[in-house]
Write a protein that binds this ligand. Structure first.
Ligand code: FES
Length: 159
């Protein structure tokens, strides 16, 4: 009786082994399946940044504007003129970035530089505050127009 049971158990074990072997032989087909399985994590990884971007878009912090500069390009207490984009970006205090039009309100020259806390026009000497573009000196009748900029991480974008 016991011997028969053992025989049956052994046969059962062999059968289980056979099933394992069957799974193993079908593993070649699963190999292709593994590729798709391996691709799945990549897909989920790719989804994470897009999720972040989506969250950022929801915040309105990534409007898709043109990347203008790195935050490290803008000196604290100073600024930089982007003549091509006709924009001045200043950093009056560390981590506080401001954007202004680079077009002088006097006669429309493009401001040339930022130094000693002012944005300077080369044409007739107007100077504007880096904090709010208020006229500090010169014939300019009014402050530079504000330009919207967005800082995302270490990137400053227009818009
Ligand atoms: Fe800038 Fe005259 S155009 S000071």
């Amino acid at each position: 009786m016991h011997a028969r049971r053992r025989t049956v158990l052994t046969a059962g074990a062999a059968g289980a082994a056979g099933l394992v072997a069957a799974c193993g032989s079908s593993g070649d087909e699963d190999g292709d399946g593994d590729r798709s399985t391996a691709a799945a994590p990549e897909t989920s990884r790719a989804a994470k940044p897009s999720t972040r971007a989506g969250a950022a878009s929801a915040d309105g912090s990534v409007p898709g504007g043109e990347a203008l500069a790195k935050t490290s390009d803008i000196p604290v207490g100073g600024g930089k003129v982007f003549a091509e984009q006709e924009v001045v970006v200043t950093q009056p205090k560390e981590g506080e970035f401001k954007g202004f039009s680079a077009i002088c309100t006097h006669m429309g020259c493009t401001v040339a530089e930022v130094s000693d806390g002012t944005i300077n026009c080369p044409c007739h000497g107007s100077r504007y505050s880096i904090t709010d573009a208020a006229v500090v000196a010169g014939p300019a009748p009014q402050p530079l127009a504000a330009e919207r900029i967005t800082v995302t991480g270490d990137t400053i974008r227009l818009g």
